[in-house]
Design a protein around this ligand. Structure first.
Ligand code: GLU
Length: 554
Protein backbone atom coordinates (compact mmCIF):
# COMPACT_ATOMS: atom_id res chain seq x y z
CA UNK A 1 0.00 0.00 0.00
CA UNK A 2 1.27 3.45 -0.86
CA UNK A 3 0.35 7.03 -0.16
CA UNK A 4 -1.33 6.97 -3.58
CA UNK A 5 -3.73 4.26 -2.40
CA UNK A 6 -4.48 6.35 0.66
CA UNK A 7 -5.01 9.49 -1.42
CA UNK A 8 -7.30 7.64 -3.84
CA UNK A 9 -9.29 6.20 -0.97
CA UNK A 10 -9.84 9.65 0.55
CA UNK A 11 -10.47 11.47 -2.73
CA UNK A 12 -11.75 8.84 -5.16
CA UNK A 13 -13.35 11.38 -7.47
CA UNK A 14 -10.52 13.83 -7.72
CA UNK A 15 -8.70 13.22 -10.96
CA UNK A 16 -7.20 16.61 -11.73
CA UNK A 17 -3.66 17.11 -10.57
CA UNK A 18 -1.98 20.27 -9.43
CA UNK A 19 -0.23 20.37 -12.81
CA UNK A 20 -3.65 20.49 -14.45
CA UNK A 21 -4.54 23.49 -12.32
CA UNK A 22 -1.23 25.16 -13.06
CA UNK A 23 -2.20 24.94 -16.72
CA UNK A 24 -5.75 26.20 -16.15
CA UNK A 25 -4.49 29.19 -14.18
CA UNK A 26 -1.23 30.16 -15.86
CA UNK A 27 1.08 32.96 -14.76
CA UNK A 28 -0.48 36.29 -15.60
CA UNK A 29 0.98 38.23 -18.43
CA UNK A 30 1.52 41.59 -16.83
CA UNK A 31 4.23 44.16 -17.16
CA UNK A 32 7.32 43.94 -15.01
CA UNK A 33 6.63 45.01 -11.45
CA UNK A 34 2.83 44.81 -11.77
CA UNK A 35 1.28 43.77 -8.48
CA UNK A 36 -1.58 41.36 -8.13
CA UNK A 37 -3.48 41.99 -4.91
CA UNK A 38 -6.66 40.68 -3.46
CA UNK A 39 -9.21 41.73 -0.93
CA UNK A 40 -10.24 38.54 0.79
CA UNK A 41 -12.84 39.20 3.45
CA UNK A 42 -14.77 36.56 5.30
CA UNK A 43 -18.47 37.35 5.12
CA UNK A 44 -18.91 37.27 8.88
CA UNK A 45 -20.33 40.72 9.60
CA UNK A 46 -20.00 44.40 8.86
CA UNK A 47 -16.90 45.75 7.21
CA UNK A 48 -14.40 46.84 9.80
CA UNK A 49 -12.24 49.88 9.19
CA UNK A 50 -9.18 47.60 9.37
CA UNK A 51 -10.49 45.53 6.45
CA UNK A 52 -11.17 48.72 4.60
CA UNK A 53 -7.61 49.90 5.15
CA UNK A 54 -6.32 46.68 3.62
CA UNK A 55 -8.69 47.01 0.65
CA UNK A 56 -7.47 50.55 -0.01
CA UNK A 57 -3.84 49.46 0.13
CA UNK A 58 -4.56 46.49 -2.15
CA UNK A 59 -6.25 48.80 -4.59
CA UNK A 60 -3.49 51.41 -4.62
CA UNK A 61 -0.75 48.80 -4.99
CA UNK A 62 -2.47 47.22 -7.96
CA UNK A 63 -3.52 50.45 -9.64
CA UNK A 64 -0.26 52.26 -9.49
CA UNK A 65 1.67 49.31 -10.85
CA UNK A 66 -0.80 48.46 -13.65
CA UNK A 67 -1.52 45.26 -11.84
CA UNK A 68 -4.75 43.53 -10.86
CA UNK A 69 -6.94 43.94 -7.81
CA UNK A 70 -9.41 41.13 -7.28
CA UNK A 71 -11.98 40.14 -4.70
CA UNK A 72 -12.13 36.73 -3.10
CA UNK A 73 -14.91 35.69 -0.81
CA UNK A 74 -13.39 33.59 1.98
CA UNK A 75 -16.46 31.77 3.14
CA UNK A 76 -14.93 28.51 4.33
CA UNK A 77 -16.41 28.88 7.78
CA UNK A 78 -20.08 28.50 6.96
CA UNK A 79 -21.10 28.59 10.62
CA UNK A 80 -19.94 32.19 10.97
CA UNK A 81 -21.44 33.48 7.76
CA UNK A 82 -23.74 36.46 8.10
CA UNK A 83 -26.55 37.14 5.66
CA UNK A 84 -25.99 40.12 3.35
CA UNK A 85 -22.35 40.51 4.40
CA UNK A 86 -21.18 40.02 0.82
CA UNK A 87 -23.72 42.54 -0.50
CA UNK A 88 -22.56 45.08 2.03
CA UNK A 89 -18.90 44.49 1.11
CA UNK A 90 -19.69 44.94 -2.57
CA UNK A 91 -21.67 48.07 -1.85
CA UNK A 92 -18.85 49.63 0.12
CA UNK A 93 -16.24 48.81 -2.51
CA UNK A 94 -18.50 50.35 -5.09
CA UNK A 95 -19.24 53.46 -3.06
CA UNK A 96 -15.56 54.10 -2.60
CA UNK A 97 -14.77 53.22 -6.20
CA UNK A 98 -12.50 50.41 -5.12
CA UNK A 99 -14.02 48.12 -7.67
CA UNK A 100 -12.20 44.85 -8.15
CA UNK A 101 -11.35 43.85 -11.68
CA UNK A 102 -12.03 40.21 -10.96
CA UNK A 103 -14.79 38.97 -8.70
CA UNK A 104 -17.80 36.77 -8.47
CA UNK A 105 -21.08 38.26 -7.40
CA UNK A 106 -24.75 37.74 -7.99
CA UNK A 107 -24.18 34.75 -10.20
CA UNK A 108 -21.67 36.60 -12.37
CA UNK A 109 -17.98 35.74 -12.58
CA UNK A 110 -15.57 38.28 -14.01
CA UNK A 111 -11.97 37.14 -14.54
CA UNK A 112 -10.15 33.98 -15.60
CA UNK A 113 -8.88 32.90 -12.20
CA UNK A 114 -12.17 31.99 -10.55
CA UNK A 115 -14.25 30.72 -8.93
CA UNK A 116 -13.61 33.62 -6.56
CA UNK A 117 -15.76 32.16 -3.80
CA UNK A 118 -13.92 29.64 -1.67
CA UNK A 119 -16.91 27.40 -1.08
CA UNK A 120 -16.99 26.82 -4.85
CA UNK A 121 -13.37 25.73 -4.98
CA UNK A 122 -13.64 22.52 -2.98
CA UNK A 123 -12.55 20.31 -5.83
CA UNK A 124 -9.42 22.39 -6.35
CA UNK A 125 -8.50 22.27 -2.66
CA UNK A 126 -9.08 18.53 -2.59
CA UNK A 127 -6.73 18.04 -5.52
CA UNK A 128 -4.07 19.95 -3.63
CA UNK A 129 -4.66 18.01 -0.43
CA UNK A 130 -4.58 14.80 -2.40
CA UNK A 131 -1.20 15.81 -3.75
CA UNK A 132 0.13 16.46 -0.24
CA UNK A 133 -1.05 13.02 0.85
CA UNK A 134 0.64 11.45 -2.14
CA UNK A 135 3.95 13.09 -1.38
CA UNK A 136 3.65 12.18 2.29
CA UNK A 137 3.10 15.72 3.53
CA UNK A 138 -0.45 15.24 4.81
CA UNK A 139 -2.16 12.44 6.65
CA UNK A 140 -5.48 11.49 8.20
CA UNK A 141 -5.75 11.97 11.93
CA UNK A 142 -8.26 9.95 13.89
CA UNK A 143 -7.78 11.54 17.29
CA UNK A 144 -11.07 12.47 18.84
CA UNK A 145 -11.84 15.87 20.32
CA UNK A 146 -11.69 14.28 23.76
CA UNK A 147 -8.24 12.77 23.15
CA UNK A 148 -6.94 16.10 21.94
CA UNK A 149 -8.44 17.93 24.87
CA UNK A 150 -6.86 15.52 27.30
CA UNK A 151 -3.53 15.85 25.54
CA UNK A 152 -3.76 19.62 25.80
CA UNK A 153 -4.46 19.44 29.52
CA UNK A 154 -1.52 17.11 30.05
CA UNK A 155 0.74 19.40 28.09
CA UNK A 156 -0.36 22.34 30.21
CA UNK A 157 0.23 20.36 33.41
CA UNK A 158 3.69 19.35 32.23
CA UNK A 159 4.37 22.95 31.22
CA UNK A 160 4.84 21.84 27.64
CA UNK A 161 3.89 23.77 24.56
CA UNK A 162 0.35 22.79 23.57
CA UNK A 163 -0.57 21.42 20.18
CA UNK A 164 -0.16 18.55 17.78
CA UNK A 165 3.51 18.27 17.00
CA UNK A 166 6.55 15.98 17.37
CA UNK A 167 5.79 12.99 19.57
CA UNK A 168 2.38 14.43 20.35
CA UNK A 169 1.40 14.05 16.72
CA UNK A 170 0.19 10.56 17.41
CA UNK A 171 -1.42 9.76 14.05
CA UNK A 172 1.76 10.66 12.19
CA UNK A 173 3.17 7.31 13.09
CA UNK A 174 0.28 5.19 11.87
CA UNK A 175 1.19 3.04 8.90
CA UNK A 176 -0.57 3.47 5.60
CA UNK A 177 -2.28 0.11 6.23
CA UNK A 178 -3.58 1.28 9.60
CA UNK A 179 -4.80 4.54 8.11
CA UNK A 180 -6.60 2.78 5.27
CA UNK A 181 -8.13 0.26 7.62
CA UNK A 182 -9.53 2.95 9.91
CA UNK A 183 -10.96 4.92 7.02
CA UNK A 184 -12.58 1.81 5.62
CA UNK A 185 -14.01 1.08 9.06
CA UNK A 186 -15.63 4.51 9.02
CA UNK A 187 -13.57 6.09 11.82
CA UNK A 188 -13.99 9.88 11.54
CA UNK A 189 -10.83 11.82 10.70
CA UNK A 190 -9.37 15.18 9.80
CA UNK A 191 -6.49 15.73 7.40
CA UNK A 192 -3.38 17.24 8.94
CA UNK A 193 -0.44 18.85 7.28
CA UNK A 194 2.83 17.10 8.11
CA UNK A 195 5.08 19.94 9.13
CA UNK A 196 8.78 19.84 8.36
CA UNK A 197 9.73 22.55 10.84
CA UNK A 198 11.70 22.50 14.05
CA UNK A 199 10.47 24.78 16.81
CA UNK A 200 13.98 25.17 18.14
CA UNK A 201 15.08 26.69 14.86
CA UNK A 202 14.64 30.30 13.93
CA UNK A 203 12.47 31.20 11.00
CA UNK A 204 13.32 34.49 9.33
CA UNK A 205 11.17 36.34 6.92
CA UNK A 206 10.82 39.85 5.57
CA UNK A 207 7.51 41.51 6.02
CA UNK A 208 7.21 44.59 3.87
CA UNK A 209 5.86 46.67 6.76
CA UNK A 210 7.55 45.17 9.76
CA UNK A 211 10.86 44.36 8.19
CA UNK A 212 12.77 41.26 9.19
CA UNK A 213 10.77 39.03 11.50
CA UNK A 214 12.23 36.24 13.56
CA UNK A 215 9.86 33.56 14.76
CA UNK A 216 10.25 29.91 15.69
CA UNK A 217 9.73 27.53 12.77
CA UNK A 218 6.34 25.90 12.58
CA UNK A 219 6.25 22.32 13.78
CA UNK A 220 2.51 21.99 14.32
CA UNK A 221 0.65 19.47 12.20
CA UNK A 222 -2.38 21.70 11.76
CA UNK A 223 -5.64 20.38 10.34
CA UNK A 224 -6.06 21.48 6.74
CA UNK A 225 -9.38 19.78 6.24
CA UNK A 226 -11.61 19.54 9.24
CA UNK A 227 -13.62 16.49 8.37
CA UNK A 228 -14.48 14.16 5.57
CA UNK A 229 -15.18 15.91 2.27
CA UNK A 230 -15.10 19.35 3.80
CA UNK A 231 -13.73 22.73 2.87
CA UNK A 232 -10.21 23.37 4.08
CA UNK A 233 -9.15 25.80 6.78
CA UNK A 234 -8.15 29.39 5.97
CA UNK A 235 -4.44 28.54 6.16
CA UNK A 236 -4.70 25.99 3.43
CA UNK A 237 -7.31 27.65 1.25
CA UNK A 238 -5.50 30.98 1.07
CA UNK A 239 -2.30 29.27 0.02
CA UNK A 240 -3.97 27.44 -2.86
CA UNK A 241 -5.89 30.51 -3.94
CA UNK A 242 -3.08 33.02 -3.67
CA UNK A 243 -0.91 30.67 -5.68
CA UNK A 244 -3.42 29.85 -8.40
CA UNK A 245 -4.75 33.39 -8.63
CA UNK A 246 -1.14 34.47 -9.02
CA UNK A 247 -1.21 36.93 -6.16
CA UNK A 248 2.03 38.80 -5.73
CA UNK A 249 1.24 40.77 -2.54
CA UNK A 250 -0.89 39.73 0.40
CA UNK A 251 -2.12 42.66 2.49
CA UNK A 252 -3.74 41.50 5.71
CA UNK A 253 -4.09 42.26 9.40
CA UNK A 254 -1.16 41.67 11.69
CA UNK A 255 -3.13 39.03 13.58
CA UNK A 256 -1.91 36.68 10.83
CA UNK A 257 1.73 37.41 11.42
CA UNK A 258 2.30 34.52 13.79
CA UNK A 259 0.89 32.11 11.17
CA UNK A 260 3.47 33.05 8.55
CA UNK A 261 5.90 30.22 9.46
CA UNK A 262 3.06 27.75 8.90
CA UNK A 263 2.06 29.41 5.64
CA UNK A 264 5.59 29.39 4.30
CA UNK A 265 5.95 25.77 5.41
CA UNK A 266 2.87 24.98 3.31
CA UNK A 267 4.14 26.92 0.30
CA UNK A 268 7.43 25.06 0.54
CA UNK A 269 5.71 21.69 0.72
CA UNK A 270 4.29 22.41 -2.72
CA UNK A 271 7.46 24.03 -3.98
CA UNK A 272 5.58 27.29 -4.65
CA UNK A 273 7.00 30.75 -4.32
CA UNK A 274 5.17 32.55 -1.50
CA UNK A 275 3.73 36.00 -2.16
CA UNK A 276 5.14 39.06 -0.43
CA UNK A 277 3.40 39.85 2.81
CA UNK A 278 2.24 43.23 4.03
CA UNK A 279 0.92 42.82 7.55
CA UNK A 280 -0.88 46.01 8.42
CA UNK A 281 -0.93 47.26 11.98
CA UNK A 282 -4.00 47.43 14.18
CA UNK A 283 -6.00 50.60 14.03
CA UNK A 284 -5.73 52.53 17.26
CA UNK A 285 -7.62 55.44 18.75
CA UNK A 286 -7.38 57.62 21.79
CA UNK A 287 -9.64 56.32 24.51
CA UNK A 288 -12.05 59.08 25.50
CA UNK A 289 -11.94 58.18 29.17
CA UNK A 290 -8.31 57.38 29.80
CA UNK A 291 -6.70 59.41 27.02
CA UNK A 292 -4.52 56.38 26.23
CA UNK A 293 -4.15 54.83 22.81
CA UNK A 294 -6.05 51.59 22.41
CA UNK A 295 -7.19 49.28 19.66
CA UNK A 296 -10.33 50.46 17.88
CA UNK A 297 -13.06 48.08 18.98
CA UNK A 298 -16.05 46.71 17.13
CA UNK A 299 -17.97 46.64 20.36
CA UNK A 300 -17.20 50.08 21.77
CA UNK A 301 -16.53 52.29 18.78
CA UNK A 302 -19.17 52.96 16.15
CA UNK A 303 -16.43 54.32 13.87
CA UNK A 304 -14.94 50.81 13.67
CA UNK A 305 -17.67 49.98 11.17
CA UNK A 306 -17.67 51.43 7.67
CA UNK A 307 -21.41 51.87 8.04
CA UNK A 308 -20.70 54.74 10.42
CA UNK A 309 -19.15 56.89 7.69
CA UNK A 310 -22.04 56.29 5.38
CA UNK A 311 -24.65 57.20 7.98
CA UNK A 312 -22.76 60.30 9.04
CA UNK A 313 -22.42 61.24 5.41
CA UNK A 314 -18.69 61.72 5.12
CA UNK A 315 -17.72 62.19 1.50
CA UNK A 316 -16.06 59.00 0.37
CA UNK A 317 -12.93 60.76 -0.81
CA UNK A 318 -12.45 62.38 2.58
CA UNK A 319 -12.62 58.94 4.21
CA UNK A 320 -10.14 57.63 1.66
CA UNK A 321 -7.82 60.53 2.46
CA UNK A 322 -8.03 59.78 6.17
CA UNK A 323 -7.27 56.14 5.45
CA UNK A 324 -4.39 57.00 3.15
CA UNK A 325 -2.99 59.20 5.90
CA UNK A 326 -2.99 56.19 8.20
CA UNK A 327 -1.42 54.08 5.49
CA UNK A 328 1.47 56.49 4.93
CA UNK A 329 1.90 59.63 7.00
CA UNK A 330 3.42 61.49 4.03
CA UNK A 331 0.21 61.09 2.05
CA UNK A 332 -1.21 64.48 2.98
CA UNK A 333 1.93 66.29 1.92
CA UNK A 334 1.97 64.38 -1.35
CA UNK A 335 -1.69 65.17 -1.92
CA UNK A 336 -1.12 68.88 -1.36
CA UNK A 337 1.70 68.78 -3.86
CA UNK A 338 -0.40 66.87 -6.39
CA UNK A 339 -3.96 68.09 -5.84
CA UNK A 340 -5.09 66.94 -9.27
CA UNK A 341 -3.82 63.38 -9.08
CA UNK A 342 -6.08 60.59 -7.83
CA UNK A 343 -5.09 58.83 -4.61
CA UNK A 344 -4.21 55.76 -6.65
CA UNK A 345 -1.21 57.62 -8.06
CA UNK A 346 0.32 57.90 -4.59
CA UNK A 347 3.51 55.87 -4.33
CA UNK A 348 2.41 53.90 -1.27
CA UNK A 349 5.35 52.43 0.57
CA UNK A 350 4.81 49.66 3.10
CA UNK A 351 8.07 50.70 4.71
CA UNK A 352 6.56 54.05 5.64
CA UNK A 353 3.67 52.42 7.40
CA UNK A 354 3.67 52.54 11.17
CA UNK A 355 4.54 49.05 12.32
CA UNK A 356 3.30 49.45 15.86
CA UNK A 357 -0.26 50.74 15.38
CA UNK A 358 -2.06 53.03 13.00
CA UNK A 359 -3.65 55.93 14.78
CA UNK A 360 -7.07 56.92 13.56
CA UNK A 361 -8.62 60.10 14.71
CA UNK A 362 -12.11 61.37 13.91
CA UNK A 363 -11.03 64.96 14.41
CA UNK A 364 -8.51 64.48 11.65
CA UNK A 365 -11.20 63.02 9.41
CA UNK A 366 -13.44 66.01 10.20
CA UNK A 367 -10.71 68.40 9.12
CA UNK A 368 -9.98 66.50 5.94
CA UNK A 369 -13.66 66.34 5.20
CA UNK A 370 -14.21 70.09 5.80
CA UNK A 371 -11.35 70.87 3.48
CA UNK A 372 -12.57 68.50 0.86
CA UNK A 373 -16.14 69.82 0.94
CA UNK A 374 -14.92 73.42 0.80
CA UNK A 375 -13.37 72.68 -2.58
CA UNK A 376 -16.50 71.22 -4.15
CA UNK A 377 -18.78 73.25 -6.39
CA UNK A 378 -22.25 74.12 -5.18
CA UNK A 379 -23.66 71.55 -7.61
CA UNK A 380 -21.40 68.81 -6.23
CA UNK A 381 -22.39 69.65 -2.68
CA UNK A 382 -26.03 69.64 -3.70
CA UNK A 383 -25.78 66.24 -5.38
CA UNK A 384 -23.93 64.65 -2.49
CA UNK A 385 -26.16 66.06 0.24
CA UNK A 386 -29.20 65.00 -1.75
CA UNK A 387 -27.88 61.47 -2.24
CA UNK A 388 -27.31 61.22 1.49
CA UNK A 389 -30.67 62.74 2.41
CA UNK A 390 -32.56 60.40 0.09
CA UNK A 391 -31.38 57.56 2.26
CA UNK A 392 -31.38 59.10 5.69
CA UNK A 393 -33.63 62.17 5.80
CA UNK A 394 -36.48 62.02 3.37
CA UNK A 395 -38.04 65.31 4.41
CA UNK A 396 -34.78 67.16 3.87
CA UNK A 397 -34.35 65.46 0.51
CA UNK A 398 -37.74 66.79 -0.52
CA UNK A 399 -36.75 70.31 0.48
CA UNK A 400 -33.58 70.04 -1.51
CA UNK A 401 -35.46 68.86 -4.56
CA UNK A 402 -38.36 71.27 -4.35
CA UNK A 403 -36.16 74.25 -3.63
CA UNK A 404 -33.22 73.38 -5.78
CA UNK A 405 -32.37 76.98 -6.75
CA UNK A 406 -32.44 78.13 -3.17
CA UNK A 407 -30.42 75.11 -2.06
CA UNK A 408 -27.76 75.80 -4.66
CA UNK A 409 -27.60 79.41 -3.52
CA UNK A 410 -27.27 78.24 0.09
CA UNK A 411 -24.43 75.90 -0.79
CA UNK A 412 -22.78 78.71 -2.65
CA UNK A 413 -22.53 81.00 0.35
CA UNK A 414 -18.88 81.94 0.72
CA UNK A 415 -17.92 79.16 -1.66
CA UNK A 416 -16.65 80.71 -4.87
CA UNK A 417 -13.86 82.65 -3.27
CA UNK A 418 -10.19 82.29 -2.55
CA UNK A 419 -10.67 80.99 0.95
CA UNK A 420 -13.97 79.19 0.86
CA UNK A 421 -15.93 78.64 4.02
CA UNK A 422 -15.24 75.36 5.75
CA UNK A 423 -18.34 74.81 7.78
CA UNK A 424 -19.70 71.55 6.43
CA UNK A 425 -18.12 68.51 8.02
CA UNK A 426 -20.42 65.76 6.83
CA UNK A 427 -23.79 65.58 5.16
CA UNK A 428 -25.73 64.58 8.25
CA UNK A 429 -24.80 67.91 9.86
CA UNK A 430 -25.85 70.09 6.95
CA UNK A 431 -29.57 70.34 7.61
CA UNK A 432 -29.07 71.62 11.11
CA UNK A 433 -26.63 74.23 9.77
CA UNK A 434 -28.79 75.57 6.98
CA UNK A 435 -32.41 74.83 7.92
CA UNK A 436 -33.05 78.47 8.89
CA UNK A 437 -32.55 79.49 5.29
CA UNK A 438 -35.66 77.57 4.20
CA UNK A 439 -38.81 79.39 5.22
CA UNK A 440 -40.83 76.52 6.59
CA UNK A 441 -37.98 75.05 8.63
CA UNK A 442 -37.28 78.54 9.92
CA UNK A 443 -40.84 79.24 10.97
CA UNK A 444 -41.20 75.79 12.53
CA UNK A 445 -38.35 76.55 14.90
CA UNK A 446 -38.29 80.31 15.09
CA UNK A 447 -40.34 80.80 18.24
CA UNK A 448 -38.12 78.49 20.16
CA UNK A 449 -34.97 80.00 18.67
CA UNK A 450 -35.93 83.53 19.65
CA UNK A 451 -36.74 82.47 23.20
CA UNK A 452 -33.15 81.51 23.75
CA UNK A 453 -31.78 84.77 22.40
CA UNK A 454 -31.77 88.24 23.80
CA UNK A 455 -34.51 90.55 22.54
CA UNK A 456 -33.85 92.98 19.79
CA UNK A 457 -37.11 94.79 20.56
CA UNK A 458 -35.70 98.26 20.24
CA UNK A 459 -34.30 97.62 16.83
CA UNK A 460 -37.28 95.79 15.47
CA UNK A 461 -39.01 98.92 14.08
CA UNK A 462 -35.76 99.96 12.53
CA UNK A 463 -35.35 96.58 10.90
CA UNK A 464 -38.91 96.74 9.64
CA UNK A 465 -38.13 100.09 8.07
CA UNK A 466 -35.07 98.52 6.50
CA UNK A 467 -37.13 95.64 5.14
CA UNK A 468 -39.43 98.10 3.42
CA UNK A 469 -36.49 99.64 1.63
CA UNK A 470 -34.58 96.46 0.91
CA UNK A 471 -34.23 95.18 -2.62
CA UNK A 472 -31.62 92.80 -4.05
CA UNK A 473 -28.29 94.31 -5.00
CA UNK A 474 -25.94 93.24 -7.73
CA UNK A 475 -22.84 93.40 -5.57
CA UNK A 476 -22.00 93.25 -1.92
CA UNK A 477 -20.45 96.72 -1.96
CA UNK A 478 -23.60 98.26 -3.44
CA UNK A 479 -25.60 96.59 -0.72
CA UNK A 480 -23.26 97.83 1.96
CA UNK A 481 -23.33 101.36 0.57
CA UNK A 482 -27.09 101.24 0.81
CA UNK A 483 -27.21 99.99 4.38
CA UNK A 484 -24.69 102.64 5.39
CA UNK A 485 -26.92 105.33 3.95
CA UNK A 486 -29.84 103.75 5.69
CA UNK A 487 -27.87 103.92 8.95
CA UNK A 488 -27.08 107.60 8.47
CA UNK A 489 -30.70 108.39 7.69
CA UNK A 490 -31.66 106.78 10.99
CA UNK A 491 -28.96 108.46 13.04
CA UNK A 492 -26.59 105.56 13.14
CA UNK A 493 -22.91 105.98 12.31
CA UNK A 494 -21.87 104.42 8.94
CA UNK A 495 -18.86 102.77 10.64
CA UNK A 496 -18.00 101.56 14.13
CA UNK A 497 -14.95 103.81 14.04
CA UNK A 498 -16.99 106.98 13.57
CA UNK A 499 -19.32 105.86 16.30
CA UNK A 500 -16.48 105.31 18.72
CA UNK A 501 -15.04 108.75 18.03
CA UNK A 502 -18.16 110.36 19.49
CA UNK A 503 -20.93 107.96 20.54
CA UNK A 504 -23.10 110.83 21.75
CA UNK A 505 -23.74 111.83 18.13
CA UNK A 506 -25.40 108.53 17.16
CA UNK A 507 -27.87 105.91 18.25
CA UNK A 508 -25.40 103.26 17.27
CA UNK A 509 -23.51 102.21 14.17
CA UNK A 510 -24.16 100.24 11.01
CA UNK A 511 -22.64 97.07 12.51
CA UNK A 512 -25.34 97.09 15.16
CA UNK A 513 -28.01 97.29 12.48
CA UNK A 514 -26.49 94.33 10.68
CA UNK A 515 -26.34 92.40 13.91
CA UNK A 516 -29.99 93.05 14.74
CA UNK A 517 -30.95 92.24 11.19
CA UNK A 518 -29.00 89.00 11.28
CA UNK A 519 -30.56 88.02 14.54
CA UNK A 520 -34.11 88.76 13.54
CA UNK A 521 -34.02 87.07 10.18
CA UNK A 522 -32.00 84.00 11.15
CA UNK A 523 -32.53 83.59 14.87
CA UNK A 524 -28.77 83.28 15.17
CA UNK A 525 -26.00 85.48 16.39
CA UNK A 526 -23.50 84.03 13.99
CA UNK A 527 -24.08 83.23 10.38
CA UNK A 528 -22.13 83.32 7.18
CA UNK A 529 -22.20 86.38 4.95
CA UNK A 530 -25.33 88.47 5.58
CA UNK A 531 -25.48 89.92 2.09
CA UNK A 532 -25.69 86.42 0.62
CA UNK A 533 -28.28 85.39 3.16
CA UNK A 534 -30.44 88.38 2.25
CA UNK A 535 -30.14 87.45 -1.40
CA UNK A 536 -31.44 83.99 -0.60
CA UNK A 537 -34.26 85.05 1.65
CA UNK A 538 -35.30 87.89 -0.69
CA UNK A 539 -37.41 90.98 0.11
CA UNK A 540 -40.57 89.01 0.72
CA UNK A 541 -38.95 86.50 3.01
CA UNK A 542 -37.28 89.30 4.88
CA UNK A 543 -40.57 91.04 5.54
CA UNK A 544 -42.23 87.80 6.58
CA UNK A 545 -39.50 87.05 9.06
CA UNK A 546 -39.61 90.50 10.58
CA UNK A 547 -43.34 90.37 10.96
CA UNK A 548 -43.06 86.97 12.54
CA UNK A 549 -40.56 88.37 14.98
CA UNK A 550 -42.77 91.27 15.88
CA UNK A 551 -45.81 89.08 16.33
CA UNK A 552 -44.14 86.22 18.09
CA UNK A 553 -45.38 87.12 21.56
CA UNK A 554 -48.94 87.84 20.56
N1 GLU B 1 -10.43 35.98 5.26
C1 GLU B 1 -9.39 36.52 6.05
C2 GLU B 1 -9.98 37.54 7.02
O1 GLU B 1 -11.03 38.08 6.73
C3 GLU B 1 -8.44 37.24 5.16
C4 GLU B 1 -7.05 37.25 5.57
C5 GLU B 1 -6.25 37.49 4.31
O2 GLU B 1 -6.45 38.57 3.71
O3 GLU B 1 -5.49 36.63 3.92
O4 GLU B 1 -9.39 37.81 8.04
Amino acid sequence: MTTHDLADLIFPNIDKTIEDYEAIYPERTLEEGAKVTRFAPSPTGFMHIGNFLSAVIDYVLAKNSNGVFYLRNEDTDKTREVENAVQSIMKILDQYHLNPEEYEYDGKTVGHYGPYIQSERKEIYHAFIKHLIEIGRAYPCFCTKETLEEQRKNQEMDKERTGYYGDYAFCRSLTIEEQIEKIKAGVPYVIRFKSSGDFEKKFLFDDLVKGRIELPENDQDVPIMKSDNQLPTYHFAHLVDDHLMRTTHVVRGEEWLSSVPLHIDLFKAFGFKPPKYIHIPLIMKKDEETGNARKISKRKDPEASMQYYEEKGYPTLAVIEAIMTIANSNYEEWHQGHPDLPFTAFPFSPKKMSSSGAYFDLEKLDNLSKNYISKLTKEEVYEQVLAWARKYDFDFAQHLEQEKERSLAIFNIEREQKKPRKDFVHWSGVKQQIAYLYDDYFFQDAKKTYQDLQDEEEESDLIEAYAKEYHPFATESEWFEHIKNFAIAHHYAPSPKMYQEDPSLYKGHVGMICEALRHIITGRRETPNLYQILNIIGPEGLMKRIQFYQNRKK
